[in-house]
Design a protein around this ligand. Sequence first.
Ligand SMILES: Cc1cc2nc3c(=O)[nH]c(=O)nc-3n(C[C@H](O)[C@H](O)[C@H](O)COP(=O)(O)OP(=O)(O)OC[C@H]3O[C@@H](n4cnc5c(N)ncnc54)[C@H](O)[C@@H]3O)c2cc1C
Length: 376
Amino acid sequence: MRLPLPDDELVWGGRNAVFWHPDAKRWLHLMADKGWTAPQWPKEFGGAGLTAEEAEVLDEEMRRLDCRPPLKSFGLTMLGPILLQYGTEEQKRRYLPDIAAGRIRWCQGFSEPMAGSDLASVQTRAIHDEDTLVITGHKVWTSYAHKADWMYCLVRTAREAKPQDGMSFLLLDMSTPGIRVEPIQLISGRSIFCEVFFENVRVPAENVVGTPGEGWTVAKSLLRHERLSIARGAGQDRVELREVIDLIDGAASLPIGTSREALRDRAVTWMMEEHALRLLQQRVAVLAQDPEVDIPDGYTSILKYCRAKSNQERWDILLDATGPGSLALNDQNELSAIARNWLRARGNSIEGGTSEIQLNIIAKRMLGLPSRENSR
Ligand SMILES: Cc1cc2nc3c(=O)[nH]c(=O)nc-3n(C[C@H](O)[C@H](O)[C@H](O)COP(=O)(O)OP(=O)(O)OC[C@H]3O[C@@H](n4cnc5c(N)ncnc54)[C@H](O)[C@@H]3O)c2cc1C
């Protein structure tokens, strides 16, 4: 159960959990039993009740031992913190222990064809019918919707003058009648993305998290956690500068216009920036200690923006270091792991809110400059 962790060995949990090896299942159970999949959550909800400092120590020790994270889960990194902050006792009891133990897999239904950066334009409607909400609409770019058990999503429950008003944050079971999931074919042939169509999908009104009609506040808080998790996740595996330099020095040839010296310089600069970014990440982790308090928007946007840039630069350097044939297919007609990671890193500046949107937030919240109100 040591790093590196190839994508196809990740454990996502859920009703139809796939374990690539029995040890992966055992590792998840051992960690979950100690509450270490969600170290800072209260013990009664499947966590270990650790303070932020203790959780940081646990994280450092796990990294030092090169341990793999036992579970990858939107529930752990995004929905869980939201339920702790906005959920009712009943919602916390119902969902959190299952999330911590990897028994439930979630997807995120925010984006729509006309609502990406401009998330307040969400059009998927939820109409009250006594104690039920009836959902009709269309989500897009929903990662792993075809594998998820449940979705947390943003729906419009009322038409108000301000687009941010009249939205609710809703949990729904993906096996509910009226939900159609269609994977989106990507150029790489693989697909994590789906479109999700809702036609008169009936969901209990008690599945709204937070105050009905105030889903924008809940969604914005979730986005902060998403940005933090992207910032952490994209740089999670440890990279030694020596390994990168060895790769550069050992390259038989480099792409035209790239010199070995210039590439070594870039690698050293990248590593220094990476170190500064890790320190900033620790400062924000301290800010995030109190689950009752929202981390300021600006911090998570700075982290998300810098992490996307840093991760893209990392894979740019590694791709260059593998020479002019780096994007060629191998004998099995596949790209190398570096080439796949390089392609995947392109999405870092789009997912969870684009880099331009993060710069807008930083301009507005940190620098006091004017910016549009309803962006992510
Ligand atoms: C890997 C990946 C995973 C994703 N997973 C999910 C998921 O699970 N669930 C989900 O709901 N969504 C998901 N998304 C969608 C993602 O959140 C959106 O793609 C993103 O918010 C941008 O929205 P859009 O694609 O509609 O682009 P648009 O909003 O149309 O933006 C197009 C371009 O215009 C720029 N732009 C837009 N508005 C402004 C502005 N005000 N100022 C400056 N520039 C602006 C953008 O930066 C971008 O370059 C995922 C995306 C990726 C890449």
